[in-house]
Design a protein around this ligand. Structure first.
Ligand code: NAD
Length: 433
């Protein structure tokens, strides 16, 4: 099948590469010339485990091509996938649809022969109708169907999730479009359920799922706060809760708040849709509020640890919003760092993959280090803000020798809590004392 993916970011690029691996002829199209030139030169623009080898394989085989030209990329396509950003509107926090609209109007001009336009971006309910109308208005004679094809991949596991999805959700009102999608996903037939639903249901499934997951994180974070006042250990509590199959063990890990490009914007967009439709979505609103407060609270706890220090230095491990990705968008780590900077704390920072993206945001406000131990040297507090696997192998004995004061704010549970205490660290974990 000939597939054009519009938007070559954290979703579009792994999707394009994955579809090429399944045997399709893929064009990844983006308006960002720098990005496309880099990809044409064989340089990946994002970090995702396992993406590099498949990208190299299919760039060489010619199964995947890169372009900035709609006129060259759309006419031949059987399937056009929209994977452009839907960032939050700066004031209302509803999903900003400008990129979807621009791309829809532009692609409409070049549709030729029957084409399925699949919306993979996370979009408000009834966007399918809006895109359909835009295309029809721009190109009244076009033969096409618009479907909703939401993406559920986890950043850091994008390739793994592409090939092993829990489910594929397809919101389609046309049998012809369903048949094309069934053909595309034939290799997944025995691997996962493919759920065909109404377009509006599909659009809602994505937001409802993300809001639910964000709520689950906020819930265990609140339980962590409670455990700190009661003597319970939140990790034991989470284990006990997670063994109940009605609850499930995933997303019951306390942390410094959820972040990334999806949960913050999708919870806000869902809350906005609730308000707009006159529906009380108070659980989602409480989740958003709780998560905002949490990041401030996390920063305050570190500030308390350096209250008596003149010109304090905090070593921060991790700036990506979670381990396994270089994505810093809405990273709790960055928000915590910014609060500390506002309180004149010196920051020495290390992240295994996100240094480039971090520099683009924080500039020269922090000291960038080449390793964890370099960041830790001479620090008054060590704050672990991202759950990178490599932080788990750091040696507490060595850390103690390097630090000015043996204080750790371990917000990602990377250290052996009891051992750190035995070694004389003042270690503040989450959800246990
Ligand atoms: P991104 O910002 O990484 O990539 C979006 C790309 O779209 C950019 O490269 C941008 O240049 C391009 N673009 C914008 N307007 C364009 C246009 N008119 N024509 C062509 N290209 C255009 O965003 P992302 O993280 O890949 O997210 C894309 C969508 O997928 C969003 O709606 C997001 O909510 C959703 N989503 C993201 C994730 C995730 O983990 N990042 C997961 C599931 C769903």
């Amino acid at each position: 099948m000939r597939v054009t993916v519009i938007g070559t970011g954290y979703v579009g690029l792994p999707t394009g590469v994955g579809l090429a691996e399944l045997g399709n002829d893929v064009i990844c199209l983006d308006v960002d010339e720098k990005k496309i030139n880099s990809l044409k030169e064989g340089k990946l623009t994002i970090f995702e485990e396992g993406l590099d080898s498949l990208f190299e394989k299919h760039s060489k085989s010619g199964k995947i091509k890169f372009s900035t030209s709609f006129s060259e990329s759309i006419p031949e396509a059987d399937l056009v996938i929209l994977a452009v950003g839907t960032p939050p509107h700066p004031i209302t926090k509803e999903a900003d649809m400008r990129y979807i609209k621009q791309a829809s109007e532009e692609l409409a001009k070049y549709l030729s022969g029957y084409t399925v336009v699949a919306i993979k971006s996370t979009v408000p309910v009834n966007t399918g109708d809006m895109v359909e109308n835009l295309i029809r208005k721009t190109n009244p004679s076009a033969e096409f169907d618009v479907i909703s094809l939401p993406e559920f991949l986890r950043e850091g596991f994008a390739v793994q999730d592409f090939f092993n999805p829990d489910r594929i959700v397809v919101g389609a009102n046309s049998e012809r479009a369903k048949a094309l999608i069934a053909d595309l996903y034939l290799p997944f037939k025995d691997r996962c359920p493919i759920l065909y639903v109404k377009r509006q249901s599909s659009e809602t499934i994505k937001y409802a799922s993300n809001a639910f997951l964000a709520m689950k994180i906020q819930y265990i974070n609140e339980m962590a706060d409670f455990c700190e006042t009661s003597g319970a250990d939140v990790y034991e509590v989470a284990r006990g809760m997670g063994m109940d199959s009605r609850i499930g063990a995933k997303f019951l890990v306390p942390g410094p708040g959820y972040g990334g490009f999806c949960f913050p914007k999708d919870t806000n967009a869902m809350a906005y849709m609730g308000k707009f439709n006159g529906v009380d979505l108070s659980l989602i609103e409480a989740t958003i509020k709780g998560n905002e407060k949490r990041k401030i609270n996390m920063a305050k706890r570190i500030l308390d640890m350096v209250e008596d220090v003149k010109n304090p230095t905090v070593a921060v491990l991790g700036s990506a919003f979670k381990g396994g990705t270089d994505d810093c968008r809405e990273s709790p780590a960055l928000q915590i760092i910014e609060i500390m900077l506002a309180h004149d704390v010196n920051i020495k920072l290390y992240d295994p993959e996100a240094m480039g993206n971090t520099k683009a945001i924080l500039g020269d406000m922090v000291t960038y280090c080449n390793s964890s131990y370099e960041a830790i040297g001479g620090a008054d507090v060590l704050a672990v803000l991202t759950d990178w696997e490599e932080f788990k192998s750091l040696e507490l004995e060595k850390i103690k020798q390097l630090m000015k004061r043996p204080q750790i704010a371990d917000y990602r549970n990377v250290f052996d809590f009891n051992k750190a205490k035995e070694l004389g660290f003042d270690i503040r974990s989450l959800g246990r004392i």
